[in-house]
Design a protein around this ligand. Structure first.
Ligand SMILES: *Cc1c(COP(=O)(O)O)cnc(C)c1O
Length: 221
């Protein structure tokens, strides 16, 4: 917990410096604490330190933590990992925001679950095989489908640039996502992780997804 408090302070300082450099305001940025692989207690501890937004990658993993965290008033849970259509219904029940909507079928499944949900569309901007997400040329069609879904509230775009140790390598991807969002009248931008969130903030991020810098290295995945 003391580690977490220190790490959170360090992350907040990094956010403030990036916000200062880019002439933005701290309130424009939502820190999403990524708790995948860590036990439910990590969410409870982070909540006690004032964090309210949490990101998880797997429906089943978060489902197993749900009992331990569902009493946390005002906590918002974001799915930030790939979502299979057959898990959409459950995801709609346990998450507030699905950041990884990447196809019409998934949007329709989420809509059919009947619960009001915030969604972000995951955009694939790199050629890497492993990256899921909608291709920029298919985005307008997906936006149209999502906007026609009465239970879905489209709040943003999300992306993952190709991995690089050098955060500057991510900058063109972040910039491109920002341009695409502006062109489509979308306000939210979920981009930036532990090692590159300053660059993401400089390029307009509204949501940064931070795991390692808060909770330490993950074992395994
Ligand atoms: C794991 C993960 C993160 C957090 O990554 P860190 O480098 O640990 O901050 C952010 N976004 C997504 C989609 C992830 O899967």
């Amino acid at each position: 917990m003391t580690y977490l408090k220190d790490r959170l302070e360090a992350v907040e300082e990094r956010i403030l410096r990036a916000v200062g450099r880019s002439g933005r305001k701290r309130e424009e940025i939502t820190l999403v604490a990524v708790t995948k692989v860590f036990p439910a207690q990590a969410i409870v501890d982070a909540y006690a330190l004032g964090l309210r937004h949490f990101g998880e990658n797997y429906v089943q993993e978060f489902d197993a933590k749900l009992d331990a965290v569902k009493h946390l008033g005002g906590a918002r849970f974001h799915l930030i990992g790939h979502l299979q259509s057959n898990k959409a219904r459950r995801a709609a029940e346990i998450f507030h925001t699905i950041q990884t909507v990447n196809r019409s079928k998934l949007a329709r499944r989420l809509n059919e679950a009947g619960r009001t949900l915030e969604v972000m569309l995951e955009v694939k901007l790199s050629e890497e095989e492993t990256k899921t997400g909608v291709a920029p040329e298919d985005l307008p069609g997906l936006i149209e489908v999502v906007r026609a879904c009465s239970n879905l509230k489209l709040t943003g775009l999300m992306t993952m640039p190709p991995w690089s140790d050098d955060p500057e390598q991510a900058r063109p991807y972040f910039r491109r996502l920002c341009e695409i969002a502006a062109r489509n009248g979308i306000g939210g931008l979920s981009m930036g992780m532990s090692h590159d969130f300053e660059v993401a903030i400089e390029e307009g991020a509204t949501h940064i997804r931070v795991g390692t810098a808060l909770f330490g290295e993950r074992k395994g995945r």
